[in-house]
Design a protein around this ligand. Structure first.
Ligand code: AMP
Ligand code: ZN
Length: 472
């Protein structure tokens, strides 16, 4: 069974669904005011890998992913979000209605997911269509003494009313200081305690994306949307909750407090049984940020001539719980490997059929179930590729089976009229070595390996999409 790192206990724990045979997953989705960058996409891949691994053990997976189209303010790094709603700011920039912005980028998000073979979730609730439920949830929290109307008319969650606050991120209330100026200001404006956060904000001068509520016209805070949607669409027991590491605090810590208090199960009761966070992706060694111009989109990968699934393969080359440093060379190398495997799978398909390799398939599944050790799964497949003792038909069956986990369309070229000649023995390793040498900018080694490949009858050409080979 699948084991995953649990943020709360900081240990690798087996996923044990509350209802045998059915796994419920809530994944934090995109804030749809801009295109998702490749870092966001790596995080969205996480729930897809979990789904595929669980399904390989015949678990039925029910996955809900929210679409944030209201309430996510521009600065959500402090204890309480401040600033303008991200959607409204972008709408002003593009001179469009916030709904037009939200629907446009939401469509782009689905398009990107489809290109990456990320299977659609079972539900994509939109925050703007969940307002009534959020108001109901806030009312319950107010009635139960977990929330109050502040002096500024904002409805706040009373952080101190939840004893177990901090259990997810380690940020205990006693350690959180009102360090930010805006927190000190908020205290005088209406909060009772600096770590309290907004559940409902008054509209002020805002005209768009505002709704009537018992506390006046306004809009919800960001964290309450995920409590409302997950409790409504999954229920008070959620097997697994995913998101990027930056969401651990405050977003998930606050969601946990809201949900646990809403179901009233006492201090030890946990709505979410397992929290899993994907580490951040860097690109060319730097954080992805609009301010530094270091933002890469899937459309940029495609514009450089790469198969979009080369990005998926590049993601699989590192483990979700590790910070990964992606580069154009790594994507090009992944593209080369993808093409090589597709060509090999098509060539193996021409051979007499044979049974799946039990050893190799078990090794691949074991790697996935071991906290999604996708690099180890890829290593097993590289070994199988060059294992001369395994029949071609078996290689075909095993790669085709593994592709249900990998999602790389490895059988794409099967049955196509012209299948390029398979690589001679030893060439695959040299091509890998050469891609690695180029990624490390070791051009002397790259040239030497090109010569070695030539002696095996393999011509290599470097293109903007990476190295391409042909058998001469
Ligand atoms: P957003 O659309 O900003 O709400 O983010 C969507 C998801 O992407 C969240 O789960 C974030 O934690 C995650 N995320 C943001 N930046 C990165 C990054 N550089 N690498 C991986 N995940 C990220
Ligand atoms: Zn969320």
């Amino acid at each position: 069974m699948l084991r995953l790192t649990d943020t709360q206990t900081k240990s690798v724990r087996e996923l044990a669904p509350a209802t045998p045979g059915r796994l419920t997953v809530y994944a934090c989705g995109p804030t749809v005011y801009r295109d998702a960058h490749v870092g966001n996409l790596r995080t969205f891949l996480l729930s897809d890998l979990i789904r595929r691994t669980a399904e390989s053990r015949s678990l039925r997976v029910h996955l809900v992913m929210n679409i944030t189209d209201v309430g996510h303010l521009a600065d959500d790094t402090s204890l309480d979000a401040t600033g303008e709603d991200k959607l409204l700011a972008q709408a002003r920039r593009e001179d469009k209605s916030p709904f037009a912005i939200a629907r446009f980028y939401e469509q782009g998000f689905h398009h990107d997911l489809a290109l990456l073979n990320i299977r659609p979730a079972d539900a994509y609730p939109r925050a703007s269509e969940w307002i009534e439920s959020m108001i109901g949830l806030i009312s319950r929290l107010v009635d139960a003494g977990h929330a109050y109307v502040g002096g500024d008319g904002t409805v706040y969650f009373a952080a101190q009313s939840y004893e177990a606050y901090g259990g997810l991120s380690g940020n205990r209330l006693s350690d959180l200081r009102a360090g930010h100026r805006e927190d000190a200001e908020a205290l005088t404006a209406g909060k009772r305690f600096h770590a309290d956060w907004a559940l409902w904000k008054l509209a002020g001068t805002a005209r768009e994306m505002v709704w009537d509520s018992p506390w006046g016209r306004g809009f919800p805070g960001w964290h309450i949307e995920c409590s409302a949607m997950s409790l409504d669409l999954i229920g008070p027991v959620i097997d697994l909750h995913t998101g990027g590491i930056d969401l651990r605090f405050p977003h998930h810590e606050d969601e946990r407090a809201q949900s646990n208090c809403a179901v009233g199960g006492g201090a030890g009761a946990e709505v979410v049984r397992h929290w899993v966070h994907g580490e951040h992706l860097l690109f060319e060694g730097r954080k992805m940020a609009k301010s530094t111009g270091n933002v890469v989109l899937l459309s940029d990968v495609v514009a450089r001539g790469h198969d979009p699934l080369s990005l998926r393969l590049a993601f699989l080359s590192s483990r979700y719980r590790q910070q990964a440093n992606l580069s154009w060379d790594a994507i090009a190398a992944a593209d080369g490997l993808l093409m090589r495997w597709r060509t090999a799978v098509a060539a193996w398909a021409e051979h007499p059929s044979a049974a799946l390799s039990g050893d190799y398939s078990a090794a691949v599944l074991d790697a996935f179930e071991d906290d999604l050790d996708t690099p180890r799964a890829l290593q097993s497949l590289r070994r199988l590729e060059k294992d001369a003792s395994v029949a071609e038909g078996t290689k075909f069956e095993t790669f085709a089976w593994a592709d249900a986990l990998l999602g790389l369309d490895l059988a794409r070229l099967v049955g196509q009229p012209v299948v390029a000649a398979a690589l001679p023995a030893g060439a695959a390793e040299l091509l890998d070595e050469r891609a690695a040498a180029r990624a490390g900018k070791d051009y002397a080694a790259s040239d030497r390996l090109r010569d070695e490949l030539a002696t095996l009858g393999v011509a290599v050409k470097d293109t903007p999409a990476g190295q391409e080979w042909s058998v001469t």
